[in-house]
Write a protein that binds this ligand. Structure first.
Ligand code: SF4
Length: 205
């Protein structure tokens, strides 16, 4: 294992979060299966990584109760109910915008529905990330999220914010701004409630 990844996993453990390393999406799915018990209820946040690695597709066919926010035709009220169910899920699956080598997670969120269950509620939070999400410092984590991840996310969501035209963040005051909650998870109160799986490939943005 690369020294930087080894150091990240050691530091996650010191911050009461379990860290794992897998080489590809096949190993990722095997590990996820081992972390889920029959009957576990599962929620999720938006994540290009979970989409690209086939995790969402796997969960939809796994027989678990899945609070799937991506179902077509959901009304705003139905989505809200799913978000509230996430707080009581056995497992909350999510990506992350950045992981620092000193073992912290950084995320920017629009309405808080992804970061809030990371902070409290679900019995387990499983974070899946490619090695492209690793940063050396919190400052770099914030910068990568603001200048790379957020503009790309705004494009994915087809927002009319300035970043979708400029390809960079100008800290806009646009009514469709998606960058509202800046959340650093520095340590966990409940040991190993958060599990971070690093994949030795690039996923998401
Ligand atoms: S603050 Fe505005 S310009 Fe910057 S990334 Fe977010 S939505 Fe785009």
């Amino acid at each position: 294992m690369d020294k930087r990844i080894e150091k990240t996993i050691t530091n996650l453990k010191q911050n009461n979060m379990e860290g794992y390393f897998v080489k590809d999406k096949e190993e990722l799915l095997l590990l996820l299966k081992s972390l889920m018990k029959q009957g576990d209820t599962i929620g999720c946040g938006d994540s290009g990584t979970l989409e690209e690695t086939g995790v969402f597709a796997y969960i939809r066919n796994s027989g678990h109760t899945f609070y799937d926010k991506h179902q077509e035709g959901l009304t705003a009220e139905e989505k809200r109910k799913i978000y509230l169910h996430n707080f009581d899920a056995d497992i909350f699956l999510t990506g992350t915008n950045a992981i620092t080598v000193d073992g912290k997670l950084f995320n920017i969120d629009g309405n808080g529905s992804r970061v809030a269950p990371m902070l409290y509620g679900p019995r387990q939070v499983i974070v899946v990330a490619g090695i492209n999400k690793l940063t050396d410092t919190v400052e770099e984590a914030i910068n990568r999220t603001r200048q790379i991840a957020a503009p790309m996310d705004a494009m994915r969501l087809k927002k009319n914010t300035p970043c979708t035209k400029l390809g960079k963040c100008i800290d806009c005051g646009h009514e469709q701004r998606i960058c509202n909650d800046f959340v650093l998870i520095a340590r966990q109160f409940i040991k190993d409630r958060i599990k971070v799986i690093l994949i030795n490939q690039k996923y998401g943005f």
